[in-house]
Design a protein around this ligand. Structure first.
Ligand SMILES: [Zn+2]
Length: 352
């Protein structure tokens, strides 16, 4: 079983070969252009498509046709070919809609799109023993995927796992979400949301802000305040103003995760994502504490400490997840679903 695998993120495109012995080789990583640097959305998607095609031309001989290309994609995906929104790559645009069929036409290979959190969940499923778990990513946005050992990742509907786009703040002043709506969980509790909340609090309560480490130690201003340079270092250094911002923003996330865990009877809630990982064990402890405060029910509460944990993670987890998906898809009987895709009917995992 060979393949070419890709991981498209908001900043980087990673590419690799899965060779005949299921090893991941020839890993390449390149920065993709962004709207912020003056690139048009059309140009961004053309650049991404060209890089993938060039990689296929360079290394395709290591994964002979008809072996597929699998792309971990930062968007809800249905039928392994339809991507809905991809705001982290090029804003809320539609230019990416035909990328699977475009790449199939240019390379002559079957192309499978796989949601990036789904890819991570497939990988976590291979390296942990749990029957039912949720993978939650907390970075610029919030997303999740549930895995059920008997049937795989629950991602056959476009809203599956999109917990970042559920309203948790109904107030008229609720913060706006990158999707264009208001009060969504991602607009309240994501890394980007926490940064924006800190800026608002710095303006509305300047005295408290001035006495925080953000100003005294890290030289922040309400206009120039970032997670990386100010808020996260202050949280890790024990600053109470910064921690209270984080606590306030994280309350609804803990409630939502606890509700999902109780409803589905989960073994684990695995956290990942740049923001959660930057804060590390303190973030995990905060989520456990807030989840217990939302529980007050012994049968659930005694499991919370073990339930919430970080996912075993690495920079290449989504690439590894593409391979895990290919390995497990046949075992779980997903072959028929893959073959019914309406881009092109191809036996993409024959021989898996
Ligand atoms: Zn939203």
């Amino acid at each position: 079983m060979s393949a070419l695998i890709f991981d498209l993120g908001g900043t980087f495109l990673r590419a690799a070969v899965v060779d005949g012995e299921q090893r991941i080789t020839h890993v390449h990583k390149s920065r993709i252009p962004s709207v912020a640097t003056g690139c048009t959305r059309d140009a961004i998607w053309e650049t991404i498509a060209s890089r993938i095609v060039n990689y296929e031309r360079t290394y395709g001989n290591l994964a002979e046709r008809p072996s597929p290309m699998v792309i971990a994609f930062p968007a809800p995906v249905t039928d392994y070919c339809h991507a809905h929104q991809a705001a982290t790559v090029a804003g809320n645009s539609k230019e990416h809609a035909g990328i699977a069929s475009l790449l199939e036409a240019r390379t002559g290979r079957p192309v499978l799109l796989l949601n990036d959190v789904s890819a991570a969940a497939w990988r976590v499923a291979e390296i942990t023993p749990y029957r039912r778990f949720l993978v939650v990513t907390v970075s610029s946005g919030i997303g999740s995927k549930m895995f059920i050992r008997e049937s795989g990742v629950v991602d056959d509907v476009p809203f599956g796992g999109e917990i970042g786009h559920v309203v948790v703040d109904h107030s008229p002043s609720a913060p706006g979400c990158d999707c264009g709506s208001r009060g969504h969980l991602g607009a309240v509790a994501s890394g980007r949301a926490v940064e924006r909340l800190a800026r608002r609090r710095a303006l509305t309560d300047p005295l408290a802000f001035q006495s925080s480490q953000l100003v005294a130690k890290y030289c922040a201003t309400p206009e120039w305040l970032t997670n990386e340079q100010h808020l996260v270092p202050a949280i890790l250094n024990g600053d109470s103003w910064a921690f209270e911002i984080l606590r306030t923003a994280t309350v609804p996330l803990a409630q939502v995760l606890l509700l999902i865990a109780v409803a589905a009877g989960l073994d684990r809630v695995f956290l990942m994502g740049g923001f959660a990982q930057a804060i590390g064990p303190l973030y995990l402890q905060l989520l456990r504490t807030l989840a217990k405060q939302s529980s007050r029910f012994d049968l659930a509460e005694i499991h919370i400490d073990a339930m919430f944990d970080f996912a075993p993670s690495s920079e290449t987890i989504c690439l590894e997840g593409c391979l895990s998906f290919l390995r497990q898809a046949r075992r779980l009987g997903l072959s028929d679903r893959l073959c019914k895709r309406d881009v092109r009917s191809v036996p993409v995992i024959a021989g898996a």
